[in-house]
Design a protein around this ligand. Structure first.
Ligand SMILES: *Cc1c(COP(=O)(O)O)cnc(C)c1O
Length: 454
């Protein structure tokens, strides 16, 4: 019987995260103060994050030790399985070998706990009593609720109002782990009140929820803030995915030619791909790493490399990022985790330098890919994850046309068991394609007056 999936023994779970900054030919530029356009130092972040995470944010050390206590929690679900997708290969009749790393086996169902746990741990060590955050579709809020509960930290989640009403079970999940979930915009913050005064029926947005969570954390010295993507330390924590996958691919006797992952702010893409990029840097391998994004939010394929705010309201430093403009409002696609206007600084620099690639997909194509995957491999993917599957299928079809036996690895970053509304809409033919016109992109970027990144 051919081997279908590979695990690592607990003792072989990596004991260090990989910080790609150490190996990058051009380091990411530092964020800028929006008023002076001077680089921001780590200390400016102190009201929001504990020291240890700020150190990791600016670190150029190649390896960052994973505390034993965090590794111990990781073993609740890690290692995650590496699967060979025999069913999908057969359905596509491709000469390519397809593998996927499955992060949906975590308690909250995605890769997000890989960083939620160390973030809660380092906050606990710093004596923090409460953490605030935002969540859109609910994946990040669930992961942080789970992690805060482990360390007895109070967790307050500002959940985009429309998702709060559309995804009641995500809220209940967070409540089960003891978190307090608030529909955003709320009247608990000045930012929320301002929005509600203008528009009492505002459906909310990630940008607004970030503003509310940041405001609450900045007010109280025992409260900090946590972010689930974009920032350097978040990407570094996620490399546990790829470090495991490098070992598992070795055990399978294979090395990928192509590594693929869906892209929101960059954390699961970085997590899987950076340890393979290390092989390119160190051993001269030529592994292609492809980020998959929705055609309705195409910052990597059609955005500008420019300084921009991380939130919609303009409260954060200016980050050097591929962006569509911080007040860009993407179409309400079901892949809520991919509806973000920008990309993290590290991933943006790598794209600019031609060290990674990006592809975009229309909405109907990703649902077709997701349903084909569910019917051939069994697992129902999160709507975000279907984007990576669509790129993997595209690459497998290219291999068939070119008669090439390449090896493809993609990240199945979460299951879709809470996303039945999305699949229901697909079967009811309510899914629409949204492709931005040139004018829409120009008008959104035209509102920026920030510098380009050199
Ligand atoms: C949050 C999330 C994403 C997008 O965020 P990244 O930081 O780009 O990984 C994608 N898929 C799932 C399942 C998510 O929960």
């Amino acid at each position: 019987m051919p081997i279908r999936k590979i695990f690592l023994e607990e003792k072989d779970i990596p004991s260090q995260w990989y910080n790609i900054v150490a190996d990058m030919p051009n380091k990411p530029k530092p964020p800028l103060h929006p008023g002076t356009l001077e680089p921001i130092t780590g200390e400016a972040l102190a009201p929001l994050f504990p020291d240890e995470l700020i150190k990791q944010e600016v670190s150029t050390d190649k390896w960052i030790p994973i505390p034993e206590e965090v590794r111990d929690v990781y073993t609740l679900w890690r290692s995650t399985p590496l699967y060979r997708a025999y069913g999908l290969e057969k359905a596509l009749d491709t000469p390519a070998k397809i593998y996927y790393k499955y992060e949906g086996v975590s308690p909250s169902g995605s890769h997000k706990p890989n960083t939620a746990v160390p973030q809660a741990y380092f906050n606990k060590k710093a004596g923090v009593k409460k953490i605030t955050t935002e969540t859109g579709a609910g994946q990040w809020g669930s992961a942080l609720s789970f992690a805060c509960n482990l360390y007895g930290i109070e967790c307050e989640v500002y959940m985009v109002k429309i998702s709060y009403h559309h995804k009641p079970y995500r809220k209940t999940m967070m409540n089960t782990w003891g978190a307090n979930v608030i529909a955003s915009p709320s009247n608990l913050t000045e930012a929320g009140k301002k929005i509600l005064a203008k528009d009492p029926d505002s459906p909310g947005s990630l940008g607004i929820a970030i503003s509310e969570a940041v405001e609450k954390a900045a007010q109280d010295e025992n409260t900090k803030y946590a972010l689930g993507s974009v920032l350097n330390h978040v990407l570094t924590h996620q490399t546990i995915i790829g470090l495991e996958a490098v070992k598992q691919m070795e055990m399978a006797g294979d090395l990928p030619d192509v590594v693929i992952a869906p892209f929101g702010g960059g954390s699961n893409f970085a997590g899987l791909s950076f340890p393979f990029l290390r092989l390119n840097f160190e051993e001269g391998k030529k592994i292609r790493c492809i980020a998959s994004e929705p055609a309705s939010c195409p910052k990597l394929t059609r955005g500008q490399f420019r300084y921009d705010f991380g939130d919609a309201v303009g409260m954060t430093p200016l980050i050097p990022m591929y962006t569509l403009g911080h007040d860009f409002v993407p179409a309400p696609i079901h892949a809520g985790g991919l509806r973000y206007h920008g990309a993290g600084a590290i991933v943006s620099q790598l794209l600019h330098d031609g060290l990674i690639e990006a592809q975009s997909h229309m909405n109907k194509e990703v649902f077709e890919a997701g349903v084909l995957f569910a019917r051939t491999e069994g697992i129902i993917p999160a709507p975000e994850a279907t984007h990576g599957i669509a790129t993997a299928i595209r690459e497998a079809e290219r291999c068939k046309e070119e008669g090439k036996k390449e090896t493809i690895l993609f990240n199945l970053c979460g299951h879709g068991n809470f996303d039945m509304k999305a699949y229901e809409d697909y079967f009811d033919k309510k899914i629409q394609n949204h492709e931005l016109t040139e004018e829409e992109i120009k008008s959104s970027l035209g509102a920026l007056n920030t510098p380009m990144v050199e």
